[in-house]
Design a protein around this ligand. Structure first.
Ligand code: ZN
Length: 462
């Protein structure tokens, strides 16, 4: 292992390559989930990334890309691998207001990129809880979703061009800023959402949107699940498609984030089975606010909501969003397993009921806690399950009970978090054998030596 470290130090210089002991020290005491890498390289340029991969490719040395390391599926676990961090490639190279594009390096923190867009009078709409540590490269590699997918799509929809380095060090410059480009295969898609298994994303051209001039946010109490899709479609229709978030909380989760020791205050009294945070973003402050209130009034009249609190200031808007972001409260009651599933809205109520009864049957009400919330507007639910046991056996049992009821409903075991290592063994519950075979064909074609984030997403076959 010392050989590879020496070769990397020779190519990049000693300060750019930390050895195993230095990385372990850097990660301690909380970094055990990232494994034990043999080295951490911090290249300063695409040419250096290419040099690293050439060396690794020749040596058959696994390389695991590290972004903000805020993923939830062990995608950056790097046992025995060289961890590759693009933290020093964090520049925003250019913002072009006339084209509404941003050219950025992969190590740039998402929030920094969002703030730079805003300073240029534009808007990068990707928004998620880890915004302060997730990187552009990481959000591209995982095709991150988050809170505004309903309106703006996932990260894939914001990427116009990409630069990526292949396993053998070849640099693919696909940095075209064009929105329409049907000249052959759309190669950037290979690297978006493939979790660093097909190439290392080093730079990107992102599509920016006009900065919204109005933001309207409300918290709504909903009396039954049946009302949720009616309310969603009413808001879409009624706001002229300005609806940008439709975040649902089952009552247990709402109670959790609005009672001490959580800092959040309840904007609505407890007692409804569902609560929804809705947001509309628009261009006409007065007209948008009036329209928003009118649609909510109509929903109230129709009985789709029974209670509503409309934020009247930036502080109130932030306080409402802080409730949705306070997911950390789920750790209050002991060890948990987190899930991120996708299914048709029309299947959700029965799915959650199935999962609840399966878990209840196995663990009983004293041990079981099940929190459900998520981006209902785009079919994505987050389930947080606690059974008072964090063992691998318990995890496996819980996973089986959460994923099995998805199969018959055509759901997905991962809406937005990806597969990594954690969900790999269940990939065939959401993908057909032919799809998985094609994934393997692509992996083999692009990374014949299996050095890029090996073992993640698709299991190796002997
Ligand atoms: Zn989410």
């Amino acid at each position: 292992m010392a050989e590879i470290v020496n070769a990397l130090r020779e190519a990049l210089g000693v300060p750019s390559v930390l050895g195993a002991a230095e990385v372990a020290e850097m990660l301690a005491p909380v970094g055990r989930q990232f494994g034990a890498p043999v080295a951490l390289v911090r290249p300063r340029s695409t040419a250096e990334v290419s040099a690293v991969l050439k060396i690794a490719h020749a040596a058959g040395q696994p390389v695991v890309p590290w972004g903000g390391r805020t993923g939830l599926v062990d995608g950056c676990r790097a046992d025995g691998a060289v961890a590759l961090s693009l933290e020093r490639m964090n520049a925003i190279e250019e913002i072009k207001p006339e084209n509404a594009t941003m050219r950025v390096q992969a190590g740039c923190i998402l929030q920094t990129a969002c703030e730079a867009a805003e300073a240029g009078g534009l808007f990068l709409p990707l928004d998620l809880g880890a915004r302060g540590s997730a990187t552009i490269g990481g959000t591209i590699s995982t095709n991150a979703g988050g809170n505004r997918v309903l309106r703006y799509g996932m990260m894939r929809a914001m990427v116009l061009g990409i630069e990526a380095v292949l396993a053998d060090g070849t640099v693919i410059d696909a940095m075209s800023p064009l929105m329409k480009n049907n000249a052959g295969y759309d190669l950037k898609q290979l690297f978006i959402g493939s979790e660093g298994t097909l190439g290392i994303v080093t730079r990107a051209v992102l599509r920016l949107r006009p900065s919204p001039a109005s933001s309207n946010v409300a918290f709504l109490g909903v009396p039954s699940f049946d009302c949720l899709p009616l309310l969603l479609r009413r808001l879409e229709r009624g706001t002229g498609e300005l609806l940008s978030a439709f975040e649902v909380m089952w009552s247990d989760f709402y109670r959790l984030v609005t009672t001490a020791p959580a800092k959040g205050r309840a904007p609505l009294r407890h007692g409804q089975p569902f609560y929804v945070l809705v947001e509309s973003l628009g261009a006409n402050p007065d007209a948008d606010a009036a329209r928003f209130e009118q649609v909510l009034g109509e929903a109230l009249e129709a009985g789709e909501i029974v209670d509503a609190a409309i934020a009247k200031s930036t502080a109130e808007r932030s306080a409402m969003w802080a409730l949705r972001d306070d997911v950390g409260q789920v750790l209050r009651n002991g060890p948990i397993f987190a899930f991120d599933v996708s299914l048709k809205i029309s299947d959700m109520e029965a799915y959650v009921a199935d999962v609840r009864s399966l878990l209840h049957e196995r663990w009983g009400s004293e041990r079981l806690s099940l929190m459900v919330f998520g981006h209902l507007g785009d079919g994505n639910l987050h389930l947080i399950v606690g059974v008072g046991d964090s063992s691998a056996e318990a995890r496996h049992e819980v996973e089986t009970l959460v994923y099995r009821p998805l199969r018959t409903r055509g759901g997905s075991i991962s809406a937005e978090h990806g597969i990594g290592l954690q969900k790999r063994d269940y990939l065939n519950w959401s993908r057909s054998p032919a799809e998985i075979a094609l994934m393997r064909t692509l992996k083999h074609a692009l990374d014949p030596g299996n050095i890029l984030n090996p073992g993640k997403v698709v299991a190796e076959v002997a």
